[in-house]
Design a protein around this ligand. Structure first.
Ligand SMILES: NC(=O)c1ccc[n+]([C@@H]2O[C@H](COP(=O)([O-])OP(=O)(O)OC[C@H]3O[C@@H](n4cnc5c(N)ncnc54)[C@H](OP(=O)(O)O)[C@@H]3O)[C@@H](O)[C@H]2O)c1
Length: 120
């Protein structure tokens, strides 16, 4: 009996958030280099378009750009254009923490150097 492997032939797609720079951009490059159709998203439209153009000029294709702030809903776009989502890389950095500097100074951890990220 002949076996069919739909996984190897079906085109997978991925959404990467916050992908106009940094780790998200590199994740896009690597996914696309491995045959995944990448929906590169960024909240800054111009930055996202430039990122896609730079990737294409470096010889990597398989990209679609979509403007997306992770605080907005993405579902309508994905359903309308692709009908499915194989991979979501929710990379966009948004700590959601606002710290008052006075309050931080009053805070006395055993070792303040152990605090890795501070968003003021
Ligand atoms: N780099 C590290 O050593 C490290 C370590 C641990 C964890 N991380 C995490 O890894 C992720 C990426 O890090 P990175 O170093 O590549 O950071 P980055 O260079 O600062 O990039 C962050 C990306 O997230 C986007 N972003 C922020 N808020 C967004 C929002 N509301 N909607 C859509 N996009 C938004 C930024 O867009 P804009 O350009 O518009 O600001 C930017 O494209 C972050 O979540 C970070 O917390 C990084």
């Amino acid at each position: 009996m002949e076996e069919t492997n739909t996984r190897s032939t079906a085109k997978r797609n991925a959404v990467v958030t916050g992908a106009n720079k940094g780790i998200g951009l590199e994740i896009c490059r690597q996914l696309a280099s491995n045959g995944v159709e990448v929906i590169l998203t960024a909240r800054d439209e111009q930055g996202g378009i430039e990122a896609v153009e730079n990737l294409r000029q470096s010889g990597v294709s398989n990209f679609v750009f979509h403007q997306l702030d992770v605080k907005d809903s993405a579902s309508a776009f994905i359903e309308t254009h692709f009908g499915k989502l194989d991979i979501l890389v929710n990379n966009a950095g948004d700590g959601g923490i606002i710290m008052n500097s006075e309050a931080f100074r009053a805070f006395r951890p055993v070792d303040r150097r152990s605090v890795k990220y501070l968003l003021i």
